[in-house]
Design a protein around this ligand. Structure first.
Ligand SMILES: Cc1cc2nc3c(=O)[nH]c(=O)nc-3n(C[C@H](O)[C@H](O)[C@H](O)COP(=O)(O)OP(=O)(O)OC[C@H]3O[C@@H](n4cnc5c(N)ncnc54)[C@H](O)[C@@H]3O)c2cc1C
Length: 365
């Protein structure tokens, strides 16, 4: 085992992006992942690079989203050229086919310098002829993009391996050993791993890692989300479309994702017939042609839920070399680059990209 400066616990998008940031700064990094890398929430998500209704997001979420949205095109390009894997960053725009909060949405967009196009039903039919919107006002945010999660994650993994980051899969961390206010090692597979700094990016399981290490449990709870993917012909849908809290996401190859449910199922991520029927009915009512398309897959993931959706990022108040980057709930993909950068700012003692206070573990109830 080579010498390690920073151990990262959990290899989802949060852990992988933190590893990339820290390795960029010359740190020797290892990720300890209890199973295979990036198979939990990060794999399961939709890859929309925005909160679903951005005007409802708390300002600290908006701050991280905006930083990340600006960073994503370059990140996707850099990963593609270093690994040959295209994360499919795609500027498909986010279309609200029947927005019920037009006034609030426009006011938010104006104060946040966000471009929008509010349109009438004829305009809507012009850009998305195949959808059947409900009553409401169509609104397009044309600058919202998506990525294809599994591809971005594969590219990150390949990029990290090339950089010499140690990717230790099937290494479930049992607990962190803490002595006199400092983390000294982690125990995984009955082995001891030491480092100078430790970062917990264990998604919905982050609270358990803290608790098993004798620290107060973090207020992070699993929130199940189920999704379907349809084998649709390319061109059936151009934009990501949101209606009544659910969405369709068209991928580059034509496949269309339908999501998602919000369920409290503890750590059970089994799929249910009820969710399947609800997502299928939603998808067909919005885009009737999907009735004739095969459903390729139905899956569920556990979002790292937190009461306000604001992630926990920063050092533990009582353990100075133990950091957290977790609790991103529904927006972990869009916030990932900024969260990783902010986390790295803490570890590297740099000035932070955004004001760090709202995210500190101490700021959490
Ligand atoms: C259905 C669905 C749709 C979503 N859509 C979007 C979207 O469109 N846009 C968006 O921005 N976000 C979306 N999200 C949310 C987003 O996916 C998550 O917020 C994000 O992936 C969280 O990443 P993470 O790395 O923190 O957690 P995870 O991806 O869950 O990774 C945590 C990792 O830690 C590992 N781990 C846990 N315990 C231990 C341990 N003791 N030792 C070692 N490893 C451990 C796990 O195995 C896992 O690999 C969606 C989520 C779901 C479920």
């Amino acid at each position: 085992m080579n010498q390690i400066d920073v151990i990262i616990i959990g290899g989802g998008v949060s852990g992988l992006m933190c590893a990339r940031e820290l390795s960029d700064a010359g740190k020797r990094v290892a990720i300890l992942e209890r199973q295979s890398l990036a198979k939990e929430s990060s794999w399961a998500g939709g890859g929309i690079l925005s909160p679903l209704n951005p005007w409802r997001a708390a300002e600290p979420i908006t701050q991280l989203c905006r930083w990340s949205q600006a960073a994503y095109p370059h990140l996707a390009e850099a990963l593609k050229s270093s690994t040959g894997i295209d994360p499919e960053w795609l500027l498909s725009g986010l279309l609200f086919s029947d927005c019920q909060e037009l006034g609030i949405a426009k006011a938010w967009a104006d104060t946040h310098a966000t471009r929008y196009e509010s349109m009438n039903p004829t305009d809507l039919a012009g850009i998305e002829p195949n959808i059947r919107p409900k009553a409401g006002s169509p609104l397009l945010l044309p600058d919202i993009a998506q990525v294809r999660n599994p591809r971005l994650l594969r590219a990150l993994r390949t990029d990290l391996a090339r950089r010499g980051v140690q990717l230790l899969e099937r290494h479930p961390v049992d607990h962190i050993e803490i002595e006199k206010g400092r983390a000294v090692s982690v125990i995984a597979n009955h082995q001891t791993f030491t480092a100078q700094d430790f970062v917990v990016t264990a998604g919905a399981w982050s609270g358990l890692v803290a608790f098993n290490s004798g620290l107060p449990e973090l207020p992070i709870m699993p929130v199940k989300g189920e999704m379907l993917i349809f084998q649709a012909p390319p061109g059936l849908l151009q934009h990501m479309v949101l209606s009544e809290g659910r969405y369709l996401i068209p991928r580059k190859d034509g496949k269309i994702l339908a999501g998602s449910t919000i369920e409290n199922a503890q750590f059970n991520k089994g799929t249910t017939e009820v969710a399947f029927e609800a997502l299928n009915a939603f998808a067909i009512s919005l885009l009737p042609a999907l009735r004739h398309c095969n459903i390729e897959k139905h899956w569920a993931g556990l979002r790292p839920g937190s009461s306000d959706g604001i992630p926990t990022i920063g050092p533990h108040p009582d353990v100075s070399n133990l950091y957290f980057n977790c609790g991103h709930f529904r927006n972990g993909f869009v916030m990932a680059p900024a969260s990783a950068k902010l986390l790295a700012n803490h570890v590297l003692q740099q000035s932070p990209i955004v004001s760090p206070e709202p995210y500190l573990p101490t700021a959490k109830p």
